[in-house]
Design a protein around this ligand. Structure first.
Ligand code: AMP
Length: 282
C-alpha cells in the first residue's frame, strides 16, 4: 500500500490509472477506522481494480462548537487497517495542502442539506460537498463508496454527482453494527461505560417502529410519539436532536409511511452525537 500526502502526487498517479483504463474506487473517511470503514473498503475492492482510501478530518465540515480538535485520530493503526482491507493507496493530506490561502470556492447542495442534520449543523454539508468534489478531482475514481449510516450525506452526494455531472458511480454500503445493534462510529469512543451500555437502545427503537409499520401502523405522527416514549424509557440520558420520517431520496417529510420511508434519528448522549436510520417498508 502506498501512502501519499501530497494532493498533486495523488492526482498524477490517479491520472495514469485513468489513462490506463483502470477501474478505481475511492473511499473517503475521517480515519480512526473501524469495521464499518473496512466494509466500505471491501465493497470498493469488489467494484474496482485499485482502491484509494482517504483519511482527512476535514475542518470545513465542522461548525465552530463542534469536535474538530477532539476528533479521535490514530494514523498508525489506520495504516495497518487499510492495508489489511486491501487498500492500494492511502491518501492522508494536510489541511493546508487542500485549503490553500484565500480558498474561496465552495460546492453546496442547499435543498437536501437543510433538513435532518442540516438543522443543527448548518455548514456541515457544504464542507462535505466541497471536500468530496476535491477528492473526486484528485483521485478521478470510477466509483466511490459511502455508508448508509450517513444517509443524508449519501443522498446529497448522489444529488451533487447528478447535478454537476461527475463521472463517478456512487455506491451505498449498509450500516455496519456492533453485535448489540449500535452503529459503528469513530465517535462511539466519546461514550462513557454507562452511556455505551444504553446506546444500543437507539437502534432498538428504530426496529420497534419498523415492526409497528409492518403490522399496519403507518401514521408517522403516532409512530414518532411511540419512538419518543421508547427513548424516554430506554435512553433517558440522551437528548433527542431529531426524529424524522422522510422520503429516502428527496428527504421531504412523510405523513404516512405507506411506501419506503426513511426513519432517521440523531441524539446527544454525553459528549457524543449519535445518528442512526432505518428504511421502513409497510
Ligand atoms: P467517517 O470517517 O465517519 O467520515 O465515515 C467515512 C465513511 O464511512 C462514510 O461514508 C460513512 O457513512 C461510512 N461509515 C461510517 N460508519 C459506518 C458504519 N457503521 N457502517 C457503514 N458505513 C459507515
Amino acid at each position: 500500500m502506498e501512502i501519499i500526502s501530497d494532493p498533486k502526487v495523488l492526482q498524477e498517479i490517479c491520472l495514469s490509472h485513468l489513462r490506463g483504463g483502470k477501474e478505481t474506487a475511492l473511499v473517503p473517511t475521517m480515519g480512526f477506522l473501524h469495521q464499518g470503514h473496512v466494509s466500505l473498503m471491501e465493497l470498493a475492492n469488489k467494484n474496482a481494480e485499485k482502491v484509494i482510501a482517504s483519511i482527512f478530518v476535514n475542518p470545513t465540515q465542522f461548525g465552530p462548537d463542534e469536535d474538530l480538535e477532539a476528533y479521535p485520530r490514530d494514523l498508525e493503526k489506520d495504516v495497518r487497517t487499510a492495508e489489511a482491507a486491501g487498500v492500494d493507496i492511502l491518501f492522508t493530506p494536510k489541511a493546508q495542502d487542500l485549503y490553500l490561502d484565500n480558498f474561496s470556492t465552495w460546492v453546496e447542495s442547499p435543498v437536501l442539506s437543510k433538513p435532518l442534520c442540516g438543522r443543527s449543523r448548518p455548514v456541515h454539508f457544504k464542507g462535505v460537498c466541497t471536500v468530496v468534489s476535491k477528492l473526486f478531482h484528485l483521485a478521478m475514481p470510477t466509483c466511490a463508496v459511502f455508508g448508509q449510516k450517513d444517509w443524508q450525506q449519501l443522498a446529497i452526494i448522489k444529488h451533487m454527482v447528478r447535478d454537476l455531472d461527475f463521472p463517478v458511480k456512487i455506491l451505498g454500503a449498509p450500516i455496519f453494527r456492533e453485535d448489540d445493534g449500535l452503529a459503528m462510529s469513530s465517535r462511539n469512543r466519546y461514550l462513557t461505560e454507562e452511556e455505551r451500555s444504553m446506546a444500543p437502545a437507539l437502534n432498538k427503537g428504530l426496529r420497534h417502529i419498523a415492526s409497528l409499520v409492518k403490522s399496519g401502523e403507518t401514521t408517522t405522527r403516532l409512530l414518532k410519539e411511540k419512538l419518543e416514549l421508547f427513548y424516554a424509557a430506554h435512553l433517558a440520558m440522551a437528548t433527542i436532536d431529531y426524529i424524522e420520517f422522510v422520503h429516502p431520496d428527496i428527504l421531504e417529510p412523510m405523513d404516512e409511511a405507506d411506501g419506503p420511508t426513511l426513519l432517521a434519528v440523531a441524539v446527544r448522549l454525553g459528549k457524543a452525537r449519535l445518528i442512526d436510520n432505518i428504511v421502513l417498508n409497510p
